[in-house]
Write a protein that binds this ligand. Structure first.
Ligand SMILES: Cc1cc2nc3c(=O)[nH]c(=O)nc-3n(C[C@H](O)[C@H](O)[C@H](O)COP(=O)(O)O)c2cc1C
Length: 164
């Protein structure tokens, strides 16, 4: 099955820890992403410490999926970039790659939006004690799914406009 058409947001997880080789597969998928001028602005913080996972809930009001997640990847971006304007877009593409690879690995997870909200970014940066040149983009809690969801069919021909 093509994971593009089966991926959903998974917000509840079993207690089963995620194997290191599966986490590596997620990070390889992330770093396969394209980026503006190939600048690869990303740094990945892999959090499995249960206290830190709960502290990350300070990052936004919508972090409930962290409650049962055995792990999370926080994607951050540097500020010494050729095209800083594209850093968040680059990280969003890497996020989608992780999301799709989770599906391949039998895992589930969800993107929790942090950037571009500066207060939320600062909260995550504080929890992870990030150096000043790193900026938090998103938190991706993940693990083995404790819920199953079919993907919605969102194909909508009325959104397509052919210019001939
Ligand atoms: C930029 C972005 C930010 C999101 N932020 C959150 C969030 O803070 N908390 C959450 O539970 N889900 C979050 N989501 C997941 C969306 O709610 C979800 O993708 C959307 O409802 C569609 O559902 P699906 O992923 O199952 O197709 C976010 C998704 C995106 C793309």
């Amino acid at each position: 099955m093509n994971p593009i058409f089966t991926r959903t947001s998974i917000r509840q997880f079993t207690e089963q820890p995620v194997e290191a080789k599966k986490i590596t597969a997620l990070l390889k998928a992330a770093m396969a992403a394209p980026s503006a001028m190939n600048q690869q602005p990303w740094e990945f913080y892999v959090v499995t410490n249960s206290e830190k996972l709960q502290e990350l809930r300070a990052g936004s009001p919508y972090t409930a999926p962290l409650a049962s997640a055995p792990a999370a990847i926080v994607i951050c971006y540097r500020d010494d970039l050729k095209m800083p304007e594209y850093a968040q877009i680059d990280c969003a593409i890497a996020t989608e790659n992780i999301w799709l690879e989770m599906e391949n690995q039998g895992l589930g997870g969800v993107m929790i939006g942090i950037a571009p909200f500066t207060e939320q970014m600062a909260a995550v940066e504080k929890v992870l004690d990030l150096p000043a040149n790193l900026h938090a983009f998103t938190i991706i809690p993940f693990g083995y799914p404790a819920q199953k969801k079919p993907q919605q069919d969102r194909y909508d021909e009325t959104r397509i406009h052919f210019v001939k």
